[in-house]
Design a protein around this ligand. Sequence first.
Ligand code: GTP
Length: 598
Amino acid sequence: ERQKHIRNFSIVAHIDHGKSTLADRILEMTDTVSKREMTNQILDDMELERERGITIKLNAVALTYHADDGEDYIFHLIDTPGHVDFSYEVSRSLAACEGAILVVDATQGVEAQTLANVYLALDNDLEILPVINKIDLPSADAAGTKAQIEEEIGLDTDEAVDISAKSGLGVKDVLEKIVQDIPAPTGDLDAPLKALIFDSKYDDYRGVVLSVRVTEGVVKRGDRIKFINSGAEYEVAEVGINSPKPIAQDYLMAGDVGYITASIKDIKDARVGDTITIANNPAPEAIHGYRQMQPMVYAGLYPTDNAKFNDLREALEKLQLNDAALTFEPESSQALGFGFRCGFLGMLHMDVIQERLEREFNLELITTAPSVTYHVYQHDGEMLNVENPAEMPDVTMIKSIEEPFVKASIMVPNDYVGAVMELCQRKRGQFDTMEYLSDTRVNVMYHIPLAEIIYDFFDRLKSSTRGYASLDYEIDDYRPSDLVKIDILLNGDRVDALSFISHRSFAEQRGREIATTLKGIIPRQNFEIPIQAAIGSKIIARTNIKAYRKDVTARIHTGDPDRRAKLLDKQKRGKKRMKAVGKVEVPQAAFMAVLQTD
Ligand code: GTP
């Protein structure tokens, strides 16, 4: 009976189409939070998320809606991250729902992640409610956007609601549609417990807090639970719901969305996607689709001050408590000293971790250029996973190398198809298929090396299509590539942290470009610095940084003491992000030079 009055749903959208704004309005209109409490976008509760305006961590909130039929309904609104780095988390949170609100910006229309999200929702058998947003804007084309949704996605839009998430116009109709069109959860209360973990976070007082959707059975305080995939067992300390503050409940039953705590100290015991059951009356099988998340992008993180190595380790350990996808292992570099090789789900994930380390833990870091994991097959039959270009074995040892590819789906007006294909070819893409979504819009699919995507693919795609293209991608498979390691020598010394992997056909060009870029980045010193790029012992490019012509420091010693102090201070701060490599002072930007091409 209670199940009939529950609705579990997510809001999905392409980035910036207004998902968080709609969530805010819904919370406001159901009095879940008062206007006064309403800081902007309450579901995005991390400071960094709010600043960047992107949703990273999932969250679920319970709210009560008094519907036009006179009854009260419990809505569980499950937030999903909006970025491709986190598509596995999106799919897990959708698996916790019966329905999804699809927000499409009426000034932008259908974009790549609109389509990708619809596919994820359909995979999970969700009822999809299309909502046309931003109709308050003069450039909004609600009718055109609906036509596009019908044509390109094949969803019926007769019932679609036109809204302004910003002003609240139409949002009441959305709430009614949720009651009428999204199915109530089903699930047997007497069956053995099955609960899907769709988010987890670490809390200093309660340990790991699991966000769960119960699909079968009941769970309550004191139950001995078991994680089907990890095998770990714990005793439940508390179950409850977030509304949005945590409120303890007597039990959670099939259909409910809520949290479970069990004094879990290690987030790895309780990963997103795992299924919880009761230890002495277990469900026969896990909820399908569990996948351990694998980092896809690796980079070296080094403290500028070598004495901060242990601080960095502690900070990474803290961040990992809340982020099971982050991995790190100590490594050392001749150039940079002691640091960690860290694994991330993608570039956004990497940026976020890096910023949090600097902001929340006050660390000054040098970050090396990100790299993917290569499969290196040696003549002796061994296969190595190489996450750090500096660790690529000698060419004479290598039989073949494979690199990860993604399947990229690029949605673009047909005028730009030529430009998109040219770019994909240049980035070593292998054509897959092309699908006309309508007379004017095309979905182009390519298999592209992940390494090319993490460099500058997205920026180039935007600039070669005047911003009209949108991109979505998923990790696909490993494919053989003719790759070589390029070393950079400064002042005759190989700098391990600057080594990178390139396709052989671009190697000389990349070597030259990077030598030139480094020449622009590394400050002149009082001696000439040769820069060379080499494959093995063969030099493929060289240039020089000339010595100072005159001694600029001499000027600092004259003039008033105040100005001198300021200058020295400024110089000191600027230097912080420098590393002395041999006799050469190398700024942070140099380690990212590999990412700048052309
Ligand atoms: P991610 O969290 O990055 O996935 O973005 P989002 O989809 O949550 O978008 P968000 O709600 O942050 O909105 C993006 C921008 O559009 C913000 O600047 C909003 O103020 C604006 N916006 C959202 N809804 C409306 C609307 O109905 N009208 C107008 N004019 N602007 C809106």
